[in-house]
Design a protein around this ligand. Structure first.
Ligand SMILES: [Zn+2]
Ligand SMILES: [Zn+2]
Length: 409
C-alpha cells in the first residue's frame, strides 16, 4: 500500500511545475550574500549553507532537486556557505511573520481535530494539553486553513503595513508582502538602513507593532496634555484613540459581561460617561478624558482597544537575525500552493485560494483518509472520510501535501 502523501508523485508534479515556471522564481536582493536551504521530499535533513552567485545557478538547482520547500536567509553574510560561527553576519532584512496558526479563530472548531495516540479519544478544534479521558500527552493534531483564517491573517498584515507606513515611514519600495503558500503572510523590509539592527532593536519594533506595554501616559493622555482631538494624534495616540472611540461607540457585549463579573465601578463610570468621553476624543484636549476616567480605568479600557489595532506578528521570527525564510514564487510543500508576492496596493482584493494555485487541469484518483470541506479556485471539495475520489490535480495535490490522502492506481 502506498504511503500517505505519496511523496514521489508530488515531487514529480513539483518538478513538472518548475520546468515550466522556474523562470518566475525571484532571487532575493544581493543573492550571493544569502544562505539558501532546501527540504527534500524524502523527509531527509535540510540541505543548508548553500549559496548561489546568479539566478540561473539557483534555478538549475531547483530543477534538479525539485525540493518540497525552498528558503533563503533574511541575513547577508560574507561567507554564506561557511558554518554558522564563521559566516560573518553583515546585516539582515526585517521580516514579520503572520500566521493564522497563532490566532484564535472560531472556524478551528469546524476544520481542526485531534486524537489521543494512547486511548484513541478524539475531539474537534485545537488539541488540549492532556487527553480528557486518559490524561495522556501524546496528542496528534490535524490543522487546516479556510477563508476565515486567511482573511484574519490578511487583516493582521494590513494593520502591520499601516503601522510600518504611517508610523515608521517605510517607503513602499522597501516593503515586500508575500503570501506564505499556507496560512499567512510574510512582510519584509529590505531598506539598507534597517539591516544593521540588532535583536534588541528588532524586539522594540515588535513591541511597538503589537502594542506591548502600552501605557496611556506614554500615549499622551497626561493631565497637562493640551491640544486638539487625540483622534488626530500621531502614531499610537491616534490609533488607540480611534480604537477607543469605535470601542465605546459600539460597546461589545463582553463589557456588559464584566459588569456581572465584578468590575462594576470601572464599567459603570465608562458607561455613564460614554458620551463625554466620545466628545473629548473628537474635540480634545487629551487631558479631558482623565476627568471621566481614572488613569487605571483608562489603561484597562485602552489595553482592550489597543489589542484590536495591534498587528499579531510572531515575535520569534522578527527577532531572529539568522532566520531562513520561504523564497517567493516557490511551492510550499505543505499545500502545493505558490508562496507568492502580493503588491501592497493589491492586498485588499488578493484571494490566495485562487491566485496561488499552481496546478491546473488533470484528474487524479486518490484515497482520502479525512479532510474537512475546502475551497480552491472558487470550487468546493469535501468533506471526505475514508473514501476513494477523483479530484482535479490542484485539489489532489493539496490533500497529498497535507498527508491526508494517497494515490490509488
Ligand atoms: Zn487518551
Ligand atoms: Zn479557518
Amino acid at each position: 500500500m502506498a504511503e500517505w502523501g505519496s511523496a514521489s508523485f508530488v515531487e514529480e508534479q513539483f518538478r513538472r511545475y518548475y520546468k515550466a515556471s522556474v523562470g518566475k522564481v525571484e532571487p532575493p536582493l544581493e543573492m550571493e550574500r544569502r544562505e539558501f536551504g532546501f527540504l527534500p521530499f524524502d523527509g531527509g535533513m535540510m540541505i543548508r549553507h548553500t549559496s548561489f552567485s546568479d539566478p540561473s545557478q539557483l534555478r538549475s538547482f531547483i530543477l534538479e532537486k525539485a525540493p518540497a520547500h525552498i528558503y533563503y536567509s533574511s541575513a547577508y553574510y560574507r561567507e554564506p556557505r561557511a558554518d554558522m560561527e564563521s559566516k560573518g553576519w553583515i546585516g539582515a532584512d526585517l521580516v514579520f511573520d503572520i500566521d493564522a496558526d497563532h490566532m484564535e479563530t472560531p472556524c478551528r472548531m469546524n476544520h481542526d481535530a485531534w486524537r489521543c495516540n494512547l486511548c484513541g479519544f478524539e475531539g474537534k478544534g485545537r488539541a488540549p494539553e492532556r487527553c480528557p479521558r486518559c490524561s495522556g500527552t501524546d496528542l496528534e493534531e490535524e490543522t487546516w486553513v479556510c477563508d476565515t483564517c486567511l482573511d484574519k491573517a490578511k487583516g493582521e498584515a494590513q494593520k502591520l503595513l499601516d503601522i510600518l507606513i504611517q508610523d515608521f515611514g517605510i517607503p513602499l519600495e522597501y516593503l515586500k508582502v508575500n503570501f506564505t503558500g499556507n496560512r499567512g503572510y510574510h512582510v519584509h523590509i529590505t531598506a539598507p538602513w534597517i539591516r544593521g539592527l540588532d535583536q534588541r532593536a528588532r524586539r522594540e519594533i515588535v513591541d511597538y507593532v503589537t502594542g506591548t506595554g502600552m501605557r496611556v501616559e506614554l500615549l499622551g493622555f497626561r493631565p497637562s496634555a493640551k491640544g486638539s482631538s487625540p483622534l488626530h494624534g500621531l502614531g499610537w495616540m491616534g490609533r488607540a484613540s480611534k480604537a477607543l472611540y469605535d470601542y465605546l461607540a459600539n460597546l461589545p457585549p463582553r463589557i456588559l459581561e464584566e459588569v456581572r463579573t465584578g468590575r462594576r465601578e470601572r464599567v459603570r463610570s465608562l458607561i455613564d460617561s460614554r458620551e463625554e468621553i466620545l466628545r473629548v476624543l473628537t474635540e480634545g484636549p487629551p487631558s479631558g478624558i482623565l476627568k471621566y476616567l481614572s488613569r487605571e480605568s483608562l489603561n484597562w479600557i485602552m489595553e482592550k482597544a489597543v489589542r484590536e489595532q495591534a498587528a499579531a506578528v510572531d515575535t520569534v521570527v522578527t527577532t531572529d537575525i539568522h532566520r531562513l525564510i520561504r523564497l517567493p514564487n516557490t511551492l510550499n510543500g505543505k499545500t502545493g500552493w505558490i508562496a507568492q508576492p502580493v503588491p501592497v496596493e493589491e492586498l485588499e482584493d488578493y484571494d490566495p485560494l485562487s491566485s496561488s494555485i499552481a496546478f491546473k487541469g488533470g484528474e487524479v484518483s486518490i484515497y482520502v483518509r479525512r479532510a474537512p470541506m475546502f475551497r480552491l479556485c472558487g470550487e468546493k471539495y469535501g468533506p471526505f472520510k475514508e473514501e476513494l475520489t477523483n479530484l482535479p490535480l490542484a485539489a489532489a495535490i493539496f490533500l497529498l501535501c497535507r498527508k491526508a490522502a494517497r494515490i490509488e492506481r
